[in-house]
Design a protein around this ligand. Structure first.
Ligand code: FPP
Length: 259
């Protein structure tokens, strides 16, 4: 692995290609999702071991409800199994489980273990694992706008105080570190309504393998790619070098003071 100082704080993943993985092998789509759930386990474990602060996985989009009913039912059952089976892993490793999206739409056999595990891991300080469930980026922004409008109408917020940071604070991701890296598997190069606001300055990585084949080795490779990138946040390369030199000088001063 590359320099740990260049590890992203927050990685988001669009886990794509489960269906194609299964079809390529002449198997049912749900078997691709089942194998994909194994990738979820391996990647989460590796992310925790590496020291990532946050991992956000796009597990079910707001639009996925329109898939064939047997696929939706199969996915809900996989989620339910996952929430039961992974409880010890999350408890033993200080992983905090979160969910973003319209979780009220989830069936009770998913919602109940989800709520229970969120409550039981709420105090964990290790890594935050967020499942995007019945999630859409646009829907999430619309919900934030609705809350902002309600607060303005109630006199709690002045329109002049609405800036980008204020909008971020109304999003369900407000407690997470900024999204540093967005990964999409399966070779498709699109965002599909995932974390539209949050990815403003995220690095994007499109990986050719299907999600069921994406395991910790593939995660390490994508993190190496990230570590080699220059993130400029709208500045020039020259400004970034100057800033790095200044902060190196600052740490020299601290070292002198320490002595
Ligand atoms: C996209 O692949 C993937 C999904 C819609 C579901 C992702 C679900 C899992 C990885 C398993 C369950 C989740 C957890 C957290 C245990 P696709 O079906 O669109 O693939 P395709 O583009 O090849 O058809």
């Amino acid at each position: 692995m590359s320099d740990p100082r260049r590890l992203p704080r927050h990685v988001g993943i669009i886990m794509d290609g489960n269906g194609r993985w299964a079809q390529l092998r002449g198997r049912d789509r749900i078997e691709g999702h089942r194998e994909g759930a194994r990738s979820v386990r391996d990647v989460t474990r590796a992310a925790r071991q590496l020291g990532l602060e946050a991992l956000t996985l796009y597990a079910f989009s707001a639009q996925n409800w329109a898939r064939p009913v047997e696929e939706v039912t199969g996915l809900m059952q996989l989620l339910c199994d996952y929430l039961h089976d992974e409880r010890p892993e999350l408890m033993d490793n200080q992983i905090r489980l979160e969910a973003i999206g319209d979780v009220e739409r989830l069936p009770p056999h998913v919602r109940a273990p989800l709520d229970a595990l969120r409550a039981d891991t709420a105090h964990h300080t290790g890594m935050t694992l967020t499942l995007a469930l019945s999630y859409g980026g646009r829907e999430s922004i619309a919900r934030a706008v609705r809350s902002i409008a309600a607060d303005v109408a109630a006199g709690k917020l002045a329109p002049a105080d609405i800036d980008a940071d204020r909008v971020s604070s109304y999003l369900p991701t407000s407690r997470l570190p900024p999204l540093d890296l967005l990964v999409r598997t399966s070779g498709e190069q699109r965002i599909s309504n995932f974390m539209l606001w949050e990815l403003a300055y995220a690095e994007l990585a499109f990986v050719d393998c299907m999600w069921p084949d994406f395991r910790r080795q593939q995660l390490y490779a994508v993190l190496d790619q990230y570590a080699a990138r220059e993130r400029r946040f709208g500045l020039t390369s020259h400004q970034l070098t100057e800033r790095a030199e200044l902060s190196a000088d600052d740490s020299d001063v601290e070292l002198h003071l320490d002595r």
